[in-house]
Design a protein around this ligand. Sequence first.
Ligand SMILES: Nc1ncnc2c1ncn2[C@@H]1O[C@H](COP(=O)(O)OP(=O)(O)OP(=O)(O)O)[C@@H](O)[C@H]1O
Length: 614
Amino acid sequence: MSGNANPTGAYRPGRGMGMGRFGTGEKVKPASVYGMFARIYQHARQVWRAIALAVICVICVSLLEFIVPQLTRYTIDQVIPGKQYDKLIYIGAGVLGSALALGLLRYLSTSLMATIGQTVLYKFRNDLYRHMQNLDIAFFDRNRTGDLMSRVTNDVGILQQLISSSMMQLFTDFFTFTAIAVYMLWIDWRLTLLLLATFPLMIMTTRLFGKRMRSSFRKVQESVADVSDHLQNSLTGIRLIKSFTKEEYESERFSERTRINMDANIQVVRLRAAYEPIIDFLNFVGLAIVLVFGAWLAMRGDMSVGTIVAFIAYLRLLQNPIRHFSRIINSVQQSAAAYERIMEVMNTKADIVEKADAVVLPPVRGHIVFRDVDFVYSGDAKVLSGFNLELEAGRITALVGSSGSGKTTIAHLIPRFYDPKSGDITIDGHSLKDVKLESLREQIGIVSQDIVLFNGTIGENIRYGNANASDEEVIAAARAANADTFISAFPDGYETGIGERGVKLSGGQKQRISIARAILKNPRIIILDEATASLDSESEQHIQEALAVLLKGRTCLVIAHRLSTIQQADRIYVLEQGRILESGTHEELLRIQGRYSQLYELQFPQAEAGAGAG
Ligand SMILES: Nc1ncnc2c1ncn2[C@@H]1O[C@H](COP(=O)(O)OP(=O)(O)OP(=O)(O)O)[C@@H](O)[C@H]1O
């Protein structure tokens, strides 16, 4: 991906995000907080027993919190004036017992909520990953790897915080608030209504700040994605950076991104710093009301001192949820911003989908026809226009042509990585659009010059071609690919672990493993994008032999760079700007002295004479 390679232009954070349908520029509606909770609920439903138990714990916590001020009121109003010494022990035991029970219940509810939170997180993350796996290659062309990674890790992690800690607080606060508000209304509705008058102000303030916080959080998360994208790019490209001695330059670019992240975080903290004192002030207004009005009532003899003390204790309990709310709103807004980023991916639909009545492609011979195919990646620039091509079953067809002439594009249309804009592609007469994707792709093997080996052992990497293969089959494939000798020379043989992207192996060894993987898959159709990098003649020889086994008897489309492959091809097509200029065998094409012989001479200047003669 080259998303961040913008050495000349100024750095613009968060490109392609947030302002349109994910990475396309079309508008998307911001995700609603309600929608977020609805989805969380959907995922959490399966652990309803844990939820029910957590709710019971929360209700008990609210009740206990309610009881303690009642004990205080009772002590002040009844026990002290009545000198009831014998009651003191019960009062002490009551307070301590309540405290113990509160501790236990809080432990239970916290661990239950953590379980619920983790379960929801697990489902969210897996759903997101599965959904991403099923999106088109075009989606991955459009979006930056680091940004997608941060959506699956960072953004889902933020949601988890909301679910396991903030939702718990929200539940507790809701029950405490309701119970206490009802009780206070019952004790003195005038005082309570006066108190509650400050609440609409709090709600308005919260809404006002909530919106701003969400957009600030969104900036934070986008900047985290940018940092992650830069990291992903620069760490995987560390050799390139070092070879161009760009360490300082990359560090500068990294610090640009972290600065944006820092500024966005400071903005969030500033908003919170402004919001909390406003809520605190409104809380003090409430306290002033209780003190002044309560004292006035007490002086007139309309209210006991114990009730005022209890009222003040309840006021704190009533205000706690509001205080917490300021923190929860933070978490909710942060999660809403994260949820938005998650849903942008979840709401992205794959363009390449099977028809409802798609049929299983039976085992094919491999006769592939492109008929009148128009193709564009994005925008209007046609890569292929009215393109026709026929690949004979069981034969090697080579594509040659200058860079950007459309060779890879043609190869990628066969496994339906992309769909043509118009025209049709058929295999043995079956239109690609009418068959099930899996049945199509399992009959195609791709050996690309951009070799990807996964973390794991050599054996596991070969077995990627066929998970059910026996050890003997894996070894046979490796032998056929000329890889068995070097693999067996490792002390751990096929169990040898290969690090990130196979760093312990040479380029030629990686190629042979990727050929073994394709041989094990045993597909009818092979697409081979030959490596351009030249290898030493011994490696070259090994790879040639491996390729000969791979290509034998299959329908092969080869983007050919090697002399031997070109000479072996049954038919060669010379492409220029998405059009076929010439076609024929190697000798035929050399004879007509056209574009092919030009290209050929450029690529193999010294080989021409000998090849022409042969
Ligand atoms: N993912 C993509 N998104 C947009 N445009 C693309 C994409 N891939 C290729 N193109 C464009 O399509 C055209 C054909 O590219 P393609 O990769 O098929 O050429 P090629 O002949 O395989 O080149 P090379 O030999 O350099 O690999 C080029 O103009 C290229 O810029």
